[in-house]
Design a protein around this ligand. Structure first.
Ligand code: FAD
Length: 224
């Protein structure tokens, strides 16, 4: 656990929700399936949703060499990367006190290209595994042409913050006398039944990576 940072990663609003420890930041990036990368080009801001993977102190990104985001990152652009996990909707008695349960993390820094064969291999595998753990061992690996068509970039996790909101309903004292329902609607990522591709070969069944993902995120919803 590190102390409150003095610089641009210090949360100002509701600072009691701020977290400045790497374990919290890492856990949020690891659980999030996507993140958003913000950058400025020619004075205009862009925020791009994209897949990421964390390996130690590094966040990796991949995509087409034609991507504006990746081209700028390759040339060392300054970026802010955020990941957000939505855990619930807090419905209060007053409109003012509605809020959300969430865990969000931000990393700021300069991006770089990933160009050595060793680090490219680490990044490609990590990005595949970040989305569907176990899939790297099941699927065909990139051909030389696919390798050439994939730009890889990285951002070091050096300047970071997180914010965790888990407070339940907090209404004004007088409002507890109102006949208005208040409470929390929990939210989470849920997977449905996998839909096999129609060109799957006979006898080819859903592999462990798919079964595990579905088992861990399946819909166990109860009617209200
Ligand atoms: C799902 C969700 C919904 C939200 N809805 C609202 C809303 O409706 N209105 C609203 O004002 N705010 C909302 N927030 C909070 C919002 O993200 C900011 O925290 C808020 O705007 C206060 O920022 P600030 O002025 O304190 O800090 P800023 O000056 O904007 O940021 C300073 C530094 O604090 C850190 N930081 C700020 N916010 C976060 C964060 N969420 N996660 C990680 N690090 C952060 C960053 O390092 C940033 O550089 C929401 C957050 C989430 C995750």
């Amino acid at each position: 656990m590190i102390g409150e940072p003095a610089g641009r990663t210090r949360v100002k609003r509701l600072p009691e929700k701020a977290r400045y420890d790497r374990a919290t930041v890492d856990a949020i990036f690891d659980e999030a399936l996507i993140c958003h990368v913000g950058f400025v080009q020619d004075g205009a801001p862009f925020v791009i949703p994209t897949i990421h993977a964390r390996v130690g102190d590094t966040l990796y990104f991949h995509g087409s060499p034609a991507s504006r985001m990746l081209r700028l990152m390759k040339d060392g652009a300054q970026v802010a990367v955020t990941a957000t996990l939505l855990d619930g909707i807090v419905a209060a008695r007053s409109v003012f006190h509605h809020s959300m349960h969430y865990r969000s993390a931000m990393v700021m820094g300069f991006a770089r290209i990933v160009d050595t064969p060793e680090e490219r291999a680490i990044a490609l595998k990590a990005i595949t595994e970040a989305v569907l753990p176990g899939r790297w061992a099941e699927a065909r690996h990139p051909s030389p042409n696919e390798e050439k068509g994939t730009l890889l970039t990285a951002v070091q996790i050096e300047e970071f913050s997180a914010k965790v909101s888990e407070r339940d309903v907090g209404d004004e004292p007088d409002d507890y006398a109102l006949p208005i329902w208040a409470g929390v609607i929990p939210l989470r990522l849920v997977s449905g039944t996998p839909e096999p591709d129609e060109r799957n070969l006979d006898g080819v069944v859903a592999p462990p990576s798919v079964l595990r993902f579905v088992r861990e995120t399946r819909d166990t919803r109860r009617e209200i």
